[in-house]
Design a protein around this ligand. Structure first.
Ligand code: XMP
Length: 515
């Protein structure tokens, strides 16, 4: 398949570049900016994008591409730092600005360059830079400007292009058109990337890797593992697919029943629902340190899993996992450099997974997809819309939403309140405006009145955020009347909750979960 390679120099928006181009229909892959690339472009690569960066090209340790990439003679588009990088590497001069330029800026061009084909001569772009070009290299020409700055250049002889602004950011007008002009118009990449093609390729890969062997998949109830289940069941005979769900006692209300019903609908045959709630809650008794709670849950998950796998004689099965492209990048596995692991939690540490990996017995059929693509694939394999568009739920479950010690009573209080919140959001058509909505039970009680009686109840926080991928998040501007009504419903129906507050912290500096 044709693809565009993206060299990541550490920009916050590298992933956005990759997605934007995929949305156009052209497949993208991200490589670390300084990756050794070899003398020839890999098969299918039709062009390259250099991302932005927090660095300046004139710094001593500024990240630089392997120079061999210029000898590929493929079109290269530099964005912001990538723009400066190309200029610097070809003998031009980049200098620091006395004032950085952030935010919207009008770009003007005369329409003669194919990069701006069909784009109005003036449009609003999005800038974020502290450096600018003092002198372009010989043979390069400025093709757009914004105020007094060069906003774009090209060097068609060498097939090099640069943009000072960020076409990948939604605030940039015609950003997608610009990327399409580059990927499709200039690089001639075919628009072959869609979920039908992916489904065909992934199915073929599963069939040829697994053959007639059994496959084990651990189900969390979330979107990713459910989509993998749907995919496996659409490709392999149901007898070959073993689905294991561990109820930790830290799940949401009716979660286990729903998982059971949904997987049966998908044609699950070997479905193991393991109630390990007592084991988990006993182990958590008296523990209030967040990290200790996470470690206990992670370790128990592994031991329960291994015991159940042994009991069922499926130790030799292949292991399927719902790893996404972002997980690979974030855990630094061969692609990106950043090491912040957000959700590969259970995937990475388990000895079961490591042993399977050594044998080459792990399949990760979503590992080239972003979350929104997983959702589209899920629909293709027959998963109901309300499951495909569910909010994410963390592996350690309610334990990271009950601050301090976790008890059955607190889990029940939180489950009841959370159920009301989600149910109301759905009824009020607000659920899909939100990336993640949930309740958090604080280790604080406060005074209130119920009728004429003094009530001493727990304080509960509602947390609703909007986000694209959970890496950053804004507070959801909950319509006030709805918020008041939902809060009243919670305090009136959940006996031990005396007070409800709304969390107004964005990420950063806060995280989405409270622990
Ligand atoms: P934070 O709290 O780090 O959360 O801002 C970002 C996203 O990751 C989810 N999350 C987890 N998911 N295991 C998971 O599978 C975990 O340990 C975990 N911790 C946080 C969180 O719900 C949010 O979507």
């Amino acid at each position: 398949m044709d693809k565009i390679l993206i060299l990541d120099f550490g920009s916050q928006t590298t992933q956005l570049i990759a997605r934007r181009i995929r949305d156009i229909g052209v497949y993208t892959e991200i490589l670390p900016g300084d990756a050794a690339v070899g003398g020839q472009a890999p098969e299918g690569v039709k062009g390259v994008v250099f991302s932005g960066s927090p660095h300046s090209v004139y710094e001593r340790d500024a990240p630089a591409p392997d120079k061999a990439i210029y000898a590929w003679n493929l079109p290269i588009l530099g964005i912001c730092y990538g723009f400066h990088r190309i200029v610097h590497d070809h003998g031009g001069v980049v200098e620091s600005l006395s004032t950085k330029e952030y935010g919207r800026a009008v770009v003007v061009h005369n329409g003669s360059n194919p990069l701006f084909s069909s784009i109005p001569g003036r449009f609003t772009s999005w800038m974020s830079h502290g450096d600018s070009i003092r002198r372009l290299p010989d043979g390069f020409s400025q093709i757009a400007s914004s105020d007094d700055f060069p906003a774009a250049f090209s060097s068609e002889g060498k097939n090099l292009f640069g943009l000072q602004f960020h076409p990948e950011v939604t605030h940039c007008e015609y950003g997608s058109d610009l990327l399409e002009n580059f990927a499709v118009g200039i690089c001639s990449a075919d628009k072959e990337w869609n979920m039908d093609t992916y489904l065909r390729e992934a199915s073929e890969h599963i069939r040829s890797t697994v053959g007639t062997k059994d496959v084990l998949l651990l189900i969390s109830g979330g979107v990713d593992s459910t989509v993998v289940a749907g995919l496996l069941l659409s490709v392999l005979p149901a007898e070959q697919v073993h689905l294991m769900y561990i109820d930790t006692g830290l799940m949401r209300k009716f979660e286990s029943e729903e998982v059971h019903r949904n997987l049966k609908k998908l044609g699950a045959h070997n479905l193991y629902l393991i109630d390990a709630s007592e084991t988990f809650l006993n182990a958590l008794s008296g523990v209030d340190d967040p990290e200790e709670k996470r470690t206990i849950i992670g370790d128990l998950f592994i031991s329960v899993q291994e015991e159940e796998v042994r009991k069922r004689n499926i130790e030799d099965a292949y292991l399927a996992q719902g790893t996404l492209y972002t997980d690979l990048i974030e855990s630094g596995k061969g692609v990106g450099q950043k090491a912040t692991v957000i959700k590969s939690h259970h995937n990475v540490r388990s000895p079961l997974v490591e042993a399977k990996r050594r044998k080459g017995h792990v399949i990760e059929p979503l590992d080239r997809l972003y979350k929104d693509e997983v959702r589209r694939l899920g629909t293709k394999v027959g998963i109901a819309t309300d499951i495909v568009h569910r909010h994410p739920f963390p592996g350690p479950g309610l334990a990271v939403r009950i601050l301090g010690e976790v008890t059955v009573e607190k889990c029940d209080i939180l489950r009841d309140a959370d159920y009301i919140l989600i149910d109301e959001l759905k009824k009020r058509n607000l659920y899909h405006d939100i990336w993640q909505a949930f309740c958090v039970l604080l280790p604080v009680r406060s005074v209130g009145v119920a009728g004429d009686i003094r009530k001493y109840g727990w304080v509960l926080s509602i947390r609703c955020v909007v986000s694209r991928d959970g890496m950053t998040a804004d507070v959801y501007p909950f319509p006030v009347q709805d918020l008041l009504e939902v809060s009243a419903l919670i305090t009136n129906s959940v006996e031990h909750v005396g007070r409800v507050v709304y969390d107004v912290s964005s990420k950063p500096p806060a995280t989405i979960e409270w622990e």
